[in-house]
Design a protein around this ligand. Structure first.
Ligand code: PLP
Length: 419
């Protein structure tokens, strides 16, 4: 450990909840008036606030982002055996709801410009599977993807977009909010998102009838009858009025959180200026991310050798070079929390047999199903973009309560890894 640097007394988190006071007021209001169930003023208010912020007609408060995505799959009509195109480098919750409905995720490789679904690979996927009707697009770490290109391709092929805006609430593309580009969209209020209810999520859409279906499905699909009458499968997915109180208190602070996260991103950018790294990039002309997490990727020629197995990672230190494993282990030693990039879905044991489409076509043909040793092909290079970003990238501590002083120390810790 560097002599000049001692571990942080209090842990520096990747991204932790930040409360402001009003949350407790709205929660107490629910408590004191006995509106402790899944109806009440807080829910109505957060649904109104979400519509107002995102610019959609309808919002339905649900128990989680995952539940919202599940409802979106049902609305989009995903049925047993249907293939669904999905972002590949994302959190598992983006794609699991496809499987809840019996659908089969087909993973689309990532592009380097925004770390989101590659429109070129998506077009390729429609050549391979022209019958696909649903595409699930995530905006990673709060950075909007190439929305225009993706939308154009989906329209051309008559496919519906489901936007997973769980990480990108408040981010805009050409001045329009993410969460409003798809037919059915999901946001999340779980504990580490840009604003939180401790948990919770929302289905967003302009389709009033669809929103009403979700209201019904998410409250056990009761029919209009004097008894519990059921004609459809139901779910217990509605948002709690207590949780909604927390979200209601957080909403006025969304822009403040984004400004703090942006300042963190800018400071990293400045602090790493002459290092052989790039931060997670965005389309500076057309998009304004919410900067939920700041991430970095190490240039190829500054990567020391690193091999990741299923649950362990090893690397060989070389002078002037480093790797995500070394940086993450070093951060942890100093009591700071970083995280690997989302491990791409096509590399996950549970999805290893699913199709995976890259710019060049069927990624599986190239990767020959799976290489146990990690993300590296015979020539020593990663085989696709997702694998490459996973191999060379990491998420940096991005907590909005991190002080400038703490961040400077993080920057120094990272810089030292390149010695
Ligand atoms: C957090 C997250 C979700 C799931 O949201 P929950 O509210 O935790 O269920 C889905 N997709 C992405 C990309 C996420 O980051």
């Amino acid at each position: 450990m560097n002599e000049r640097l001692s571990p942080f007394e209090e842990k520096v988190w990747l991204s932790s909840p930040t409360m402001h006071g009003e949350e407790a007021t709205y929660m107490s209001e629910a408590y004191e008036t006995n509106w402790m169930s899944t109806v009440g003023k807080n829910i109505n208010e957060v649904e109104r606030l979400a519509c107002e912020k995102v610019g959609c007609k309808c919002a339905v408060g649900l128990s989680s982002g995952t539940a919202s995505l599940h409802m979106a799959m049902k609305l989009a009509g995903v049925k047993r055996g249907d293939k669904v195109f999905c972002s590949d480098m994302t959190f598992g919750a983006t794609v699991n709801p496809v499987v809840y409905e019996g659908g089969i995720p087909v993973f689309i490789d990532t592009e380097y410009d925004t770390w989101n679904m590659d429109p070129v690979a998506l077009e390729k996927a429609f050549e391979l599977y022209p019958d696909v009707k649903v595409v699930v697009v995530a905006h990673l770490y709060g950075v909007p993807g190439k929305i225009d290109a993706l939308k154009e391709i989906c329209e051309k092929h008559g496919a519906v977009i489901i936007e997973d805006a769980a990480e990108s609430l408040g981010a805009t593309y050409k001045g329009i909010q993410t969460g409003s580009f798809g037919e059915y969209n999901a946001v999340s209020f779980n504990g580490n998102k840009i604003i939180t209810g401790s948990s919770g999520g929302m289905l967003l859409t302009d389709d009033v009838e669809a929103a009403n279906k979700v209201r019904k499905w998410s409250t056990q699909s009761r029919e209009d009858a004097p008894w519990y009458q059921h004609e459809e499968i139901g779910y217990n997915y509605r948002m709690s009025n207590v949780i909604a109180g927390v979200i209601r208190g957080q909403f006025p602070y969304l822009e403040e959180h984004i400004a703090q996260k942006k300042a963190i991103y800018e400071r990293y950018k400045e602090g790493f200026k002459n290092l052989p790294v790039t931060l997670n990039p965005y389309d500076e002309k057309n998009s304004e991310p919410n900067f939920w997490l700041s991430c970095m990727m190490i240039n190829n020629d500054a990567m020391c050798r690193q091999v990741r197995g299923e649950s362990e990672s090893i690397y060989v230190k070389e002078s002037g070079k480093t790797c995500p494993t070394e940086i993450l282990e070093t951060l942890a030693k100093y009591n700071a929390e970083g995280r690997p990039i989302w491990k791409p879905m096509h590399m996950q044991p549970i999805y290893r047999m699913n199709s995976f489409v890259t710019r060049e076509g069927d990624g599986r043909a190239k990767t020959n199903a799976y290489i146990p040793g990690g993300a590296i092909g015979e020539d020593g290079k990663p085989l696709d973009v997702g694998m490459d970003i996973f191999h060379r990238g990491l998420c940096l501590p991005s907590d909005n309560k991190m002080t400038e002083e703490q961040q400077n120390k993080i920057i120094e810790i990272v810089r030292n890894c390149f010695e």
